[in-house]
Design a protein around this ligand. Structure first.
Ligand SMILES: Nc1ncnc2c1ncn2[C@@H]1O[C@H](COP(=O)(O)OP(=O)(O)OP(=O)(O)O)[C@@H](O)[C@H]1O
Length: 256
């Protein structure tokens, strides 16, 4: 279990995160959801170990990680821009981290991940020849072969759309469940958070607004922020789709 206790983080005199208390169970998918500037990436970076908290405690499986450096925490992140090596092909990108640590994953385990992510047809391709969704899957595979204890994903779906987005979403879910891998995802999209995660952490101006299962958030929003910001966005999306149907129906009526 990952446990954050009373985390506080400031930059200069600005308090960015305050009073963050959070528990994430092993194998759980948790989304961190909030508007731009609410502190999502800062929280992800604190868990990763890229940033230090001013105060508070981070524990993983009862071990105090607060002062453990990033490379010793055993967590790994897929950045928003994938950060792949452009001069290497997909396979060499995936196995790059194993060069110095060949015992972490066997050839069979690497092949299994490549299969799970449907990357067989793309292994010889240079990164520039891959689509956004393919790059995302290569970045995921490259991180997963290192067998992190926690997988962190920063806006993994924001550069993707439509069918590709749904397919990556399903792949993230499948992998998290098959590998029993704790997965923490930053997103600003309520639909993404609610459909992808076991639990959603909603933050507003650096504080936790609600932490709960998607159905709890939808049926029992804790406060006006959750209601107004999150649920309104979903409502607007729904209304946009229905009004589009209306326009199309009217148009086809006029044409008939
Ligand atoms: N290194 C830094 N130095 C100073 N201020 C920072 C730094 N990193 C982030 N901030 C500030 O902290 C606040 C939260 O930033 P953060 O990137 O965590 O938000 P976010 O919720 O991830 O936003 P977005 O969705 O736009 O990426 C912002 O006001 C930002 O300007």
């Amino acid at each position: 279990m990952l446990k954050l206790q009373n985390i506080k983080k400031s930059y200069d005199d600005n308090v960015i995160l305050d009073n963050i208390n959070l528990e994430i169970n092993d194998g759980e998918i948790v989304s961190i959801l909030g508007p731009s500037g609410s502190g999502k990436t800062t929280l992800l970076n604190l868990i990763l170990g890229l940033t230090d908290a001013d105060s508070g405690k981070i524990e993983f499986n009862n071990k105090d990680l607060t002062n453990v450096p990033m490379e010793k925490r055993g967590f790994n992140i897929v950045f928003q821009d994938y950060a792949l090596f452009p001069n290497l092909n997909a396979y060499d990108n995936i196995t790059y981290g194993l060069k110095n640590n060949p015992d972490i994953s066997t050839k069979e385990e690497v092949d299994e991940l490549i299969h799970l992510l449907g990357l067989e047809p793309h292994l010889d391709k240079k990164i520039e020849m891959l689509s956004g969704g393919q790059k995302q899957r290569v970045a995921l595979a490259r991180t997963l072969v290192m067998k992190p204890d926690i997988l962190l994903l920063d806006e993994p779906l924001s550069a993707l759309d439509g069918v590709i987005k749904e397919s990556i979403k399903e792949k993230i879910k499948t992998i998290a469940k098959e590998l029993h891998l704790t997965t923490i995802i930053v997103t600003h999209d309520p639909e993404e958070a609610l459909t992808l995660s076991d639990r959603v952490l909603i933050i507003n101006e650096g504080e936790i607004s609600q932490y709960g299962k998607p159905e709890e958030i939808i049926h029992r929003p804790n406060n006006n922020f959750v209601k107004d910001f999150i649920l309104n966005q979903l409502e607007i999306k729904r209304n946009n789709i229905f009004s589009l149907f209306q326009v199309n129906n009217n148009l086809s009526g006029e044409l008939a």
